[in-house]
Design a protein around this ligand. Structure first.
Ligand SMILES: [Zn+2]
Ligand SMILES: [Zn+2]
Length: 314
């Protein structure tokens, strides 16, 4: 499924099998998760993608010699810039991302730099493992940025939230889930996964929060989340794109409250999180769809109609 121009539907076309370059592996795609970032690329909110482009950065693939690997968003880093040398390769000036600068997994075959691929825990099927590769990894990085926050708000209860909530509960934290007003199904799902409270993002939670993670791409949630925080609390913005954050009174930030973003992932995040996912274990809720339905699945994600995560299978 090929993106030929932004803001145009993907097209089902036959392309030549990708040829692995030096250091790359060729995989047969078993499943590829659908992530909100794919929408931001397709809809033109992320600029200058490779075109034509194959989207998809939650790739579960089989190598020619039968190894199952996961291919995430971080596809390549320079290893030389100040960020890379400081162990912050997620901020690399020249980083290249799967399904954005590099062809991704909305396809039958994919190639990837082997140094950025990971073995996946056996207990997850191909479809179940797909959302671990971005929703899980980015969620994990976001959760780490909240420190030891005990009362944790999550704004936007989609693919990433449904995994973070389980990890947070496993760590003894209390999860408060915020959804779009009236999204009763997502609220019920959050409670099923162990949230202590679920409601609309316009509601005030019953307790002050020590931290909040915002996964919804809605800047107006930043002041709302700040309002729900106790002093010293942190708001972590986990998405790659967000609408503008409205201005707000300094009072909301006062009391050593913090607003920060989380960008991309490091390979260390992936190793840590996949080990954790093997141990806990997480229950991933993933609806599989045939690859040719990619446009419909993206439309459902845009409309907020996916509960949990979705994946495509060739
Ligand atoms: Zn670098
Ligand atoms: Zn993603």
């Amino acid at each position: 499924m090929v993106l030929k121009a932004q803001r145009a539907p993907l097209e089902l076309v036959e392309v030549a099998d990708p040829k692995p370059g030096s250091g790359q592996i060729l995989v047969r795609v078993r499943a590829c998760g659908v992530c909100r970032t794919d929408l931001h690329v397709a809809d033109g909110e992320l600029r200058e993608p490779k075109l034509p482009l194959i989207l998809g950065h939650e790739i579960v693939g089989l190598t020619e010699d039968g190894r199952r690997v996961g291919i995430p968003w971080l596809g390549w880093t320079c290893g030389e810039c100040a960020y890379c040398r400081a162990g912050r390769e997620n901020l690399c000036d020249r980083a290249r991302f799967t399904g954005y600068h590099l062809d991704g997994g909305y396809a039958e075959m994919a190639v990837a730099d082997e140094r950025y691929c990971f073995p996946l825990p056996d207990r997850y099927s191909d479809v179940e493992a797909a959302p671990l590769l971005c929703a899980g990894l980015i969620g994990h990085r976001c959760l780490r940025m909240t420190g030891d926050a005990r009362r944790l708000g999550i704004y936007g209860f989609g693919a990433a939230a449904h995994l973070v909530a389980q990890v947070a509960k496993h760590e003894g934290r209390a999860v408060y889930a915020f959804t779009s007003p009236g999204d009763v199904e997502a609220q019920r799902f959050a409670l099923e996964l162990g949230a202590v409270w679920a409601g609309s993002s316009l509601q005030k939670p019953p307790d002050e929060l020590d931290a909040a993670i915002i996964f919804a791409p809605v800047g107006a949630l930043v002041p709302l989340a700040l309002k729900a925080l106790a002093k010293g609390g942190t708001v972590v913005c986990g998405g790659i794109h967000m609408s503008d954050v409205p201005s707000f009174a300094y009072d909301l930030l006062w009391g050593e409250r913090v607003v920060r973003s989380v960008a991309n992932l490091t390979r260390r995040d992936a190793e840590e999180f996949l080990a954790l996912a093997a141990r806990i274990p997480l229950r991933t809720r993933v609806t599989p769809h045939p690859l040719a339905q990619a446009n419909q699945v993206l439309a459902e994600l845009r409309a907020g109609r996916i509960v949990g995560a979705a994946a495509l299978q060739p």
